[in-house]
Design a protein around this ligand. Structure first.
Ligand SMILES: Nc1ncnc2c1ncn2[C@@H]1O[C@H](COP(=O)(O)OP(=O)(O)OP(=O)(O)O)[C@@H](O)[C@H]1O
Ligand SMILES: [Mg+2]
Length: 139
């Protein structure tokens, strides 16, 4: 059986800032997401949703516990886990001086797609979104 897309076990994160009281953002989260499942993480502001996703996507280290992406530990094997997970944050941060084509192409190249593959996927994505003819951003 292949490894689960996401498997967390007793994941804890305590933010410790100098001069401020410690904040427990995650107090032991265990979660398994199976292939084909869609899972919504719901919680009030400050519940720890972003913290969980930042740890899952290797941007932040947990205080304890584990989280695996397709069997690769996000903390101990970040280079193997990172290409297998994608996160679209709630706040978009596009590079405003790039055209839509350059924007998508740049992200695909940064994620390791070969030039020709990135070109084809960019064209396909722009076509789907009806942005093929937009060459310049207005900002
Ligand atoms: N870098 C940090 N340093 C200290 N505390 C932090 C840091 N980032 C988040 N926190 C605290 O950790 C807790 C969880 O925050 P987090 O941003 O993960 O919650 P969230 O569920 O994504 O909230 P929101 O719904 O507002 O996006 C909150 O109490 C927050 O104030
Ligand atoms: Mg958040």
């Amino acid at each position: 059986m292949s490894a689960a897309p996401l498997l967390s076990h007793d994941l804890r994160k305590v933010y410790q800032s100098r001069g401020a009281p410690a904040t427990t953002a995650l107090a032991g989260v265990s979660l398994e997401v199976h292939t084909g499942e869609r899972v919504a993480l719901l919680g009030r502001n400050g519940a720890g949703k972003t913290t969980f996703l930042r740890i899952a996507s290797t941007l932040l280290r947990p205080t304890s516990g584990t989280i695996e992406i397709f069997g690769h530990d996000a903390d101990r094997e970040p280079d193997l886990a990172r290409p297998l997970i994608a996160v679209v944050p709630q706040e978009g941060k596009p590079f405003f001086h790039l055209t839509p084509y350059e924007q998508v192409y740049t992200y695909l190249r940064a994620r390791g797609f070969a030039r020709e593959v990135a070109k084809a996927r960019t064209a396909e994505a722009l076509e789907k979104m009806g942005l093929t003819d937009i060459h310049m951003c207005s900002v």
